[in-house]
Design a protein around this ligand. Sequence first.
Ligand code: NDP
Length: 330
Amino acid sequence: ITQIVLASRPKGNPSKENFRFEKVELPALQDGQVLLEPQFFSVDPYMRGRMNDAKSYTPPFQVDAPLEGGVVAKVVESKSEALQPGDVVLGALPWATQSIAEAKKLQKIDTSLAPASYYLGILGMPGLTAYFGLLDISQPKEGETVVVSGAAGAVGMVVGQIAKLKGCRVVGLAGSDEKAELLKKEFGYDEVINYKTTQDLRSDLKAACPNGVDVYFDNVGGEITDAVISLINFHARLAICGQIAHYNDEKPQQGPRFLPLVLTRSALIKGFIVSNYHARFPEAMQQLSTWVKEGKLHYQETIVEGFEQLPEAFLGLFTGQNQGKMLVKV
Ligand code: NDP
């Protein structure tokens, strides 16, 4: 089989040189194990953190060991009662053309409900992140204004739609006019600002949010977040979901600014990791899949073909190559 290992730890922006392809042989299948053939690999911004040798909520990748992440795979051989060849499963699996896993660590997925890839997106980690960050932390109310950064990504796309279901005005920030159009036409966003071409982000935001900002779902951080905070209303709620603008920083940056406003507007800022909500995943899955079935939530994926494209697809997250969930199909 072929696997992709971490060749070296990036300093600043990651590059293809940080990855290496290797040929290895798999050991024989043991009792309780299954042999898997991946169908979809998820590439996610949090993997950048795992490339550093730093303590975090997930352990760092090891140099010379395969990277791993969310994978939808088909069982091709089974030494477990729990899974049969042909079953489709979700698991944390290595970046490899085939792999062996303990059946009990895999989750069988129902592909009659939604396409298998959705379990890496709207019905998986990104969808759950959107659900809890918005509904549990920010608690948007009808008529309020919700601002979402990273709006055209795997998480952001879901956040905006749920906020619309709750009767809010939804304003997004995204990195191209094409993404802005897509979010407005297909995903119900009221306004979307292209943060890369705007002349004055704060004044564009102010125009898009005439009643101020009640909820901010932050996927990005940096100057975008500074601008949004400058417009918050009394009792605003800010869910800090991601800070992708900082993941490649070599030195910590200054900020956030405008904290005096957080004080005088009695605002809430709360960071969260989706796994904090593990016990409530069934409730969220039930609601998300109902909305998908009813046609109330739509989803988009950017599917890159070919195992060898995995590093490139991952790197593409940092230059905004994706609309919706970025996946690699094998
Ligand atoms: P996305 O699908 O949103 O992909 C990343 C997007 O971020 C890109 O498409 C790009 O879009 C944008 N981006 C990249 N660099 C920058 C930058 N410097 N400034 C502004 N935007 C940038 O990823 P996900 O939806 O999977 O994740 C979104 C965020 O949520 C990430 O920060 C991630 O780490 C976080 N996250 C947090 C979780 C949690 O438990 N707290 C769980 C899952 C994700 P554009 O063209 O708009 O620039």
